[in-house]
Design a protein around this ligand. Structure first.
Ligand code: AMP
Length: 597
């Protein structure tokens, strides 16, 4: 016998569950279904998102609904339109074998007349967002006077979203005889107040511990500098070619920026935020649900109610201000028994945000290293091999072309052919990740203050103010010699007859080799590695790169969109690429010196 049947559900409901592939009840379903079927007591349920709570409250309601009574018998309030639609769809699926049981979702941003019509015909279960529900009550088309069940789903979110007044108004319109079922992932004092004010001695149930993340979610963090946050995101995506992820940002603006950069950089990504029209949001969500998008960049509010089960990663591009929100974000992965990874990209300053989250989720974050170019190329290479291995061949369509193809390739043996086919895609990854920088910043915040930034090496150069060297000209010289623009440059100090500058340590050898071959103002350039001055942290501004001749900002000499910074960096040499200098020995093709701007 089906376990659902032993919980008290009738065969017609069990059959629909079987059709949906529900074999076993989830933990919250096991507790709540018999509780709601067997008792009229109010119920306060701690349940995380993704634990099957929709079925937990709606199956026992469906079991008891009177199909011959056309009045509204149950009202389910949910924070967002998307969640309301989702719940109503689920209930329709569960009740497909129940004759005359009708359910609709009512929500703002949609034509109200189309919601009024079915209400007038008679609907037993209404799932609504608080604003639209109240509107329909005021228009006297929704009558809650004889309801038997009131469900508050994701009560914490409804209050977070500012629906307190609407909830109070709606709850006043309901009879005291009803059974109130309150489901929430967290129980801050506002939710407790609702429970106190509107519930009668409720029974409390909990599926798992309060406020903890799903058991099968791993929590990881990557520590980088602020400017490496976006490049790190790209590498996380690149090392996971099958990524299916929501990237959470804190503001609409950040959401737009990150999504735009990802799109420009060729990722299958889009943005979901409050500035989009409802139609645009629906479209984006549909694309994401259908897996036509791999990465959805979203704000917390916009992503609420988006029901997707098989996210591989939740990525906190920035950690939320409220610890509670981390639980919500990470609860979107590791659903329905699947494994999930919740990733936080943080700076060393943000490290102190992890502890309160760890206390809440009762798990520790594991620090991971941002993958390097070689690791990514390897993963991408084998992904490509698998793709070639698994590709379906359309024998019929390709047949006619094959003789000519064989003829053209007949000189190439098997090994050569394999290498060439694989290289078609692989080369772009290889060249992109050639000389890729180490993006990790493993300093503790205090270490950075004491010892300076270990990712930079300090150089002496035998040119100074007397030689007309300026910070801009020095950057021009570096650009010219390294023939690269994605090199991080730190502090620059221009003194009378010599100067100092700092550069990403990964380019030490290049600087020594290339700059020692150059001339500046007809004088040979001499560059040497030098030690960092003692007590340097004192000279820094709070930003870490204080007073210096170059204006104190850490700079980067790149403006290439397809670089690790996604076009974010400025080319600080601006128009200053100076003709004062020239490489002493030209090794590259003519014209190459003018190529980048
Ligand atoms: P919910 O927490 O209600 O949003 O459910 C999360 C996801 O789990 C939904 O996609 C449900 O369809 C699915 N689900 C809920 N209960 C079960 C179950 N007993 N067996 C399999 N999947 C389920």
């Amino acid at each position: 016998m089906s376990i659902f049947k032993t919980l008290g559900l009738s065969q017609s409901i069990v059959d629909s569950l079987t059709d949906l592939g529900y074999e076993q009840p989830t933990e919250i379903q096991k507790i709540s279904i018999p509780q709601i079927l067997g008792s009229k007591d109010d119920l306060k349920a701690f349940a995380q998102t993704g634990t099957g709570k929709t079925a937990a409250f709606s199956l026992p309601i469906l079991e008891q609904i009177d199909p011959n009574n056309k009045n509204t018998q149950a009202i389910i309030l949910s924070p967002t339109r998307e969640l309301a639609i989702q719940i109503a769809n689920n209930i329709n699926d569960f009740s497909k074998n129940l004759k005359n049981v009708k359910t609709i979702a009512v929500y703002g941003g949609a034509n109200i007349d189309e919601q009024i019509r079915p209400l007038k015909r008679g609907v037993q279960i209404v799932v609504g967002t608080p604003g639209r529900t109240l509107d329909l009550i005021k228009r006297r088309v929704l009558n809650l006077e004889s309801i038997e069940w009131l469900v508050l789903d994701e009560a914490d979110e409804m209050l977070n979203m500012g629906f307190k007044e609407e909830l109070d108004n709606i709850l006043e319109k309901t009879p005291s005889s009803k059974q109130t079922l309150l489901f929430s992932a967290t129980f801050p004092k506002e939710v407790e107040a609702i429970a106190r004010n509107y519930m009668n001695n409720p029974t409390e149930i909990s599926a798992g511990q309060k406020n903890i993340g799903a058991a099968n979610v791993e929590h990881e963090f990557f520590q980088v500098t602020e400017r490496n946050r976006y490049p790190a995101l790209k590498r996380i995506a690149d090392i996971n070619p099958d990524i299916y992820s929501i990237v959470f940002c804190r503001t609409r603006r950040e959401t737009k920026d990150v999504a735009e950069k990802l799109i420009d950089d060729g990722y299958s990504a889009d943005a979901l935020h409050g500035d989009l029209s409802q139609a645009q949001r629906d479209l984006v969500m549909q694309k994401f649900r259908n897996k036509n998008l791999q990465i959805l960049v979203a704000t917390d509010v916009a992503a609420r109610g988006l029901d997707v089960n098989d996210l591989t990663h939740v990525i906190n591009y920035k950690l939320p201000d409220q610890t509670e929100n981390y639980t919500h974000r990470s609860g979107r992965t590791g659903r329905a028994g699947k494994k999930g990874i919740s990733v936080a990209i943080i700076t060393s300053k943000e490290r102190n945000k992890l502890k309160p989250i760890e206390r809440k989720i009762k798990k520790n974050f594991v620090q991971k290293q941002v993958p390097n170019g070689k690791e990514i190329c390897e993963v991408q290479l084998f992904k490509l091999i698998d793709k070639i291995h698994d590709i379906e061949i359309n024998e019929k369509e390709i047949k006619d072309y094959l003789p000519d193809i064989y003829e053209k390739l007949h000189e190439l043996d098997r090994d050569e052919l394999i290498k060439r086919f694989v290289s078609i895609e692989f080369n772009s990854f290889l060249s992109y990740y050639q000389n890729a920088r180490d993006l990790n910043n493993n300093d503790a915040p205090s270490d950075r203050k004491r010892f300076g930034d270990d990712s930079l090496v300090r150089f002496y150069i035998n040119q100074g103010k007397m030689d007309d060297l300026t910070p801009a000209r020095l950057i021009g010289l570096i650009n010219e010699c390294l023939r690269k623009r994605d090199v991080e440059i730190g502090q620059i100090e221009i003194l009378k007859s010599f100067s100092f500058f700092e550069i990403d340590k990964n380019f030490t050898q290049d600087v020594l080799e290339k700059m020692n071959e150059a001339e500046f103002n007809n004088r040979s350039v001499i560059v040497e590695v030098t030690s960092k001055p003692k007590g340097r942290s004192k000279r820094r501004s709070s930003k870490g790169f204080g007073r210096n001749d170059s204006g104190g900002q850490r700079r980067n000499n790149s403006n290439d969109r397809r670089n690790d910074s996604g076009g974010q960096r400025r080319n600080d040499s601006g128009g200053h690429r100076s003709d004062d200098f020239k490489p002493r020995r030209k090794k590259t093709a003519p014209g190459s010196r003018r190529r980048r701007r």
